[in-house]
Design a protein around this ligand. Structure first.
Ligand SMILES: Nc1ncnc2c1ncn2[C@@H]1O[C@H](COP(=O)(O)OP(=O)(O)OP(=O)(O)O)[C@@H](O)[C@H]1O
Ligand SMILES: [Mg+2]
Length: 196
């Protein structure tokens, strides 16, 4: 069976990696991808806990809380896998992104965010498609416009702009937000562009 993995990563914490991983997996299931595996490579296990609290039919969770386990889990993927990663660990990030078919880098609008994304980009081999997703975006603000302009100047593709929504912030306390699913549908499209 052909396999494809999307690694969701950023060295920065709290930017939306786990939220993006869950929504991308759910979007993939909604689109009919089968099997869909969510590999949780973060020892905090936020994705795994989310799906324990609110299971989503069609997503299999694999907990892989070490570099070794993550590499093994990614190597065994059948079908589509989305990989949630821990923040702040260059070694693990580099080891995992080396295996990526596509890398999704969640970020926030705002100047302080750029340098952490740039450091994350340095870890990704040049041949691997990558794009940023601006998470919890405040639509219509100058901050957001400036962020979009900045990424365009850097020639980094923007694969999605996900609005800031209470329904998305609710995480595992609520069912997935329809607006969130729609936003991540675009991200999935872009990430899968090179597949098949
Ligand atoms: N579109 C959104 N609208 C509102 N809140 C959001 C949105 N996306 C993410 N958040 C919130 O931002 C916070 C951080 O998100 P998340 O846990 O996904 O980040 P993370 O990068 O996985 O963090 P960590 O580095 O700790 O693993 C959470 O409280 C989450 O609910
Ligand atoms: Mg997380």
């Amino acid at each position: 069976m052909p396999s494809m993995n999307i690694i969701v990563t950023s060295l920065k914490g709290g930017v939306g990696k786990t939220t993006s991983s869950i929504y991308l997996s759910a979007t993939a299931v909604n689109r009919g991808y089968d099997p869909v595996t969510l590999i949780d490579a973060d020892p905090q296990a936020s994705s795994a806990e989310w799906l324990e609290t609110w299971p989503l039919t069609g997503i299999t969770v694999v907990e892989a809380p070490s570099e070794r386990m993550a590499i093994r889990a990614v190597g065994r993927v059948e079908g589509l896998a989305v990989v949630d990663t821990p923040p702040g660990n260059e070694r693990i990030t580099q080891a995992i992104v080396a295996l990526a078919d596509a890398v999704v880098i969640p970020t926030r609008a705002g100047g302080v965010e750029y340098s952490r994304v740039m450091s994350t980009l340095e870890l990704i081999p040049a041949r691997i498609p990558r794009g940023v997703v601006i998470c919890a975006a405040r639509l219509g603000t100058n901050d957001l416009e400036a962020a979009i302009e900045w990424w365009k100047e850097q020639k980094l593709e923007i694969w999605g702009v996900i609005p800031e929504r209470v329904g998305i912030a609710a995480g595992p306390e609520a069912r997935l937000s329809r607006e969130g699913l729609e936003g991540y549908d675009d991200v999935l499209n872009r990430a899968l562009r090179g597949w098949r």
